[in-house]
Design a protein around this ligand. Sequence first.
Ligand code: GRG
Length: 295
Amino acid sequence: MVEIRSALAENACAVNEVLEGLLPLSDDPEARLIEAMRYAVLSDGKRIRPFLVTASASLFDVTPSYALRVAAAVELVHCYSLVHDDLPAMDDDELRRGLPTVHVKFDEATAVLAGDALLTRAFEVLAEPATHSDPRVRSDLVVELARAAGADGMVGGQMLDLLAEHHRLSEHEVTRLQRLKTGALIGFACTSGAILGKSSEAARSALHAYAHDLGLAFQIVDDLLDVEGDPAELGKNIRKDEAAGKATFVTLLGRERARHQSAMLAEQAVRHLDMFAEAAEPLRALARFVVDRRN
Ligand code: GRG
């Protein structure tokens, strides 16, 4: 039985060390940019996506330092998305991970640049030889992360999210939006271990299916926490979707059905891991954590 909270904390420690190394302090005149990047990244996130990378890589005996660099790259992209999502032009949030958002702490232009530089740093990390000895694997990682983060993934989902302020979405449309906005990056995190380990197509498909159900379960819980979570525990303001009049899984299904649906999806996610037997215990524990979490 994996104790998920300590496993997450242990992995976060290792990933944080890599992230620190990737964002060294500087005394160049542009150091303010690095400070803003470090502020965005080295804050107290759950590091779920990095955990998914290292847990999936451990199924295929991947060199740990390779997995940690990919884990760090995914977290850099995730943090960039949070910085840009919090901007006044998007969600206009003042609190993130219990701290003032980057544009509040620094300024709007610096937040835009910090997000841009985090995104580009992520791709630099994947392309560097230290991420894998085989250049084809590195190129595969770059292509897959670009697809997950770009117009056919997270950024496309964010566009749909902005449009949802003016248009009441159906359950099918909300599912598609969230599959792109949060699901695509979670999908990359889960399948990156298979890419690093040059796994069979069957193993990669199983991880893809796990990620699909996990991503939706994660988002439904995110919607539930937005109406019933504790802002102090969450480290961010709540009821933003309601204020913007956006359809969410909670407005569409109601709390009871949303809770039931998230638990069902997490169990379904776990069932996709059968082929990995004992080795997938951390991924199973993570799926259960995602539906029980309070932040
Ligand atoms: C602006 C390009 C661009 C994309 C934004 C992912 C995203 C798209 C916005 C984030 C806003 C948000 C609250 C999305 C819901 C799901 C989500 C990504 C929650 C935050 O992830 P956690 O809970 O956060 O893993 P921590 O802080 O623990 O890393």
